[in-house]
Write a protein that binds this ligand. Structure first.
Ligand code: GDP
Ligand code: MN
Length: 376
C-alpha cells in the first residue's frame, strides 16, 4: 500500500526526521484555519498517490489564510494523472538552499535493498538518471546490517550530500525497517538557508504482507481511489495495470506472466496482468472483463486458459454467462486448451458472438490479439 504524503510525513516525524509543520484538510475553510494556525503563509499541497504534483499545479504557495482557502478550493477536486484530489496538506514554507534526493528500495533481483541518492533532488529522479546518470548514486544495502552511521556516511559521500544529512539517512532506514516498508523516498530532502535539513516530500510504500503486524494500517480504511486497480481490488481480483493496449485474462499467475511475454513478442503491449485463478467462475470472468473493458487504453482482449482441474467447458460457460452481463465493446480472442478443450470451444462456437474469436494455440491467439490492437 502506498501512503499519502501526509501519512509519510507523520511516520518521518515519529522517527525523528525533521519535517515542516503541517496540517491536512478536505475543505477550503479548513485550509484557511490551518494556514492561520501555521502562521499565515503556507504551501498548499494536493494529496494524491502520484509524483509530479508540483508540475501539475498541485503544490502552490499561498501568502495568507484567505489565499490558502482560495488555493485549496482550486486544488481540491483537481485531477492529477488520473487521481482526484480529496485532501490538501498545508505546510509551513521553507527557504530552500539546496535540494537532494534519497530513497531506499527493495532490489528483489539482488535480494538486497538499494540506497539511491543524488545531490540533484527536486525533479523526478528518473529524469535526472536519464539526463545525467553520473549524478545518481546506487549503493547496495545489506538488510542484515542496514544503514548504520558508517553506511550513511558512505551513501552521503558517494552522492555528494552534506554530512548533516547522515542522521536523516539512518533514521529513514529505521522507518523502512520498523514500518515494514518496501520503499521510502524523500524528494526533495532540503537544506534551508538557515542550515537545517528537512524532508519536504515523502513517499512510503508499505509491504502488504506485513499488514498483520502493523496494527495501525490493518484496520485503516482504504481512502477513496478511482483507479482501475482499486476497482479490481474491490472485486477481489488479482489485477495489475500496465501501459499497453491488449487486455489479458488468464488462469494461473505463471500462465498470465508468459502470456504478457508472448503478446509483447508479437509486437503489442499488454494493458494489464489479470489472473482469475483456478476456479474461473462466471462471476470472476464477468468482473475481470468489466474492469478490462472499462480501461480506455484497451483495444483487444485475450483470454488465455489452460484447463486443469477446472475444465475448459466450465470456463466457456463462465465466458458466456459473463457476456450476458457485460456488454462486449472490443474484440475478444479466446484460447482454450487442456481439460475438455473441445467441449469448451463448442460452447463458444454455439454462442457465436460476433466479437468473440477462438484461436487454438497460445502463439496464434497472441498474434491475433496483437494484430487487433495494432489495427483498431
Ligand atoms: P512533487 O512535485 O509531487 O514531488 O511535490 P513536492 O512536495 O516535492 O513539491 C514540488 C516542489 O515544490 C519541490 O521540489 C520544491 O522545489 C517546491 N516546494 C515544496 N515545498 C516548498 C517550500 O516550502 N518552499 C519552497 N521554496 N519550495 C517548496
Ligand atoms: Mn517531490
Amino acid at each position: 500500500m502506498d501512503l499519502y504524503e501526509h501519512q509519510a510525513r507523520g511516520l518521518f516525524e515519529e522517527h525523528g526526521i525533521p519535517v515542516p509543520r503541517a496540517e491536512v484538510t478536505d475543505s477550503p475553510e479548513g485550509a484557511r484555519e490551518s494556514a492561520r494556525r501555521l502562521g499565515g503563509r503556507v504551501v498548499v499541497k494536493a494529496q494524491v498517490k502520484t509524483g509530479g504534483r508540483g508540475k501539475a499545479g498541485g503544490v502552490r504557495l499561498a501568502e495568507d489564510p484567505a489565499a490558502a482557502e482560495l488555493t485549496a478550493r482550486q486544488i481540491l477536486g483537481m485531477n492529477i494523472k488520473g487521481h482526484t484530489v480529496g485532501k490538501v496538506m498545508l505546510a509551513r514554507p521553507v527557504d530552500i538552499e539546496a535540494e537532494f534526493y534519497i530513497s531506499y528500495v527493495l532490489d528483489r533481483a539482488a535480494g538486497r535493498f538499494l540506497a539511491i541518492a543524488s545531490a540533484e533532488g527536486g525533479t523526478e529522479i528518473e529524469e535526472v538518471a536519464a539526463a545525467r546518470p553520473e549524478a545518481v548514486s546506487r549503493i547496495p544495502v545489506d538488510p542484515a546490517v542496514g544503514v548504520t552511521s558508517a553506511k550513511a556516511q558512505e551513501i552521503a559521500e558517494a552522492a555528494g550530500l552534506p554530512p548533516q544529512t547522515v542522521d536523516v539517512l539512518v533514521r529513514l532506514w529505521q522507518v523502512l525497517v520498523r514500518e515494514d516498508a518496501l520503499l521510502v523516498e524523500v524528494n526533495p530532502l532540503v537544506r534551508t538557508r538557515q542550515g537545517q535539513i528537512l524532508a519536504l516530500d515523502g513517499k512510503v510504500t508499505l509491504d502488504d504482507n506485513a499488514r498483520f503486524r502493523q496494527a495501525r494500517w490493518g484496520d485503516e480504511e482504504e481512502e477513496y481511489d478511482d483507479s482501475l486497480e482499486a476497482a479490481a481490488a474491490a472485486r477481489g481480483l488479482n489485477y495489475v495495470k500496465l501501459d499497453g493496449e491488449v487486455g489479458i485474462i488468464g488462469n494461473g499467475a505463471g500462465l498470465v506472466m508468459s502470456t504478457l511475454d508472448v503478446v509483447a513478442g508479437c509486437g503489442a503491449r499488454p494493458a494489464n496482468f489479470l489472473d482469475i485463478g483456478g476456479g474461473a467462475s462466471a462471476q470472476v470472468m464477468a468482473d475481470g472483463l468489466a474492469v478490462i473493458l472499462s480501461d480506455p487504453a484497451v483495444k483487444s482482449v485475450f483470454v488465455n486458459v489452460f484447463g486443469g482441474i477446472t475444465a475448459c467447458d466450465a470456463v466457456a460457460d463462465g465466458i458466456v454467462q459473463a457476456l450476458d452481463t457485460v456488454r462486449l465493446t472490443k474484440p475478444l480472442v479466446v484460447r482454450l486448451d487442456g481439460n475438455n478443450a473441445a467441449r469448451g470451444r463448442a460452447v463458444l462456437d454455439a454462442y457465436a458472438h460476433p466479437l468473440v474469436q477462438q484461436v487454438t494455440t497460445m502463439d496464434g491467439a497472441a498474434r491475433r490479439s496483437a494484430q487487433l490492437a495494432n489495427t483498431s
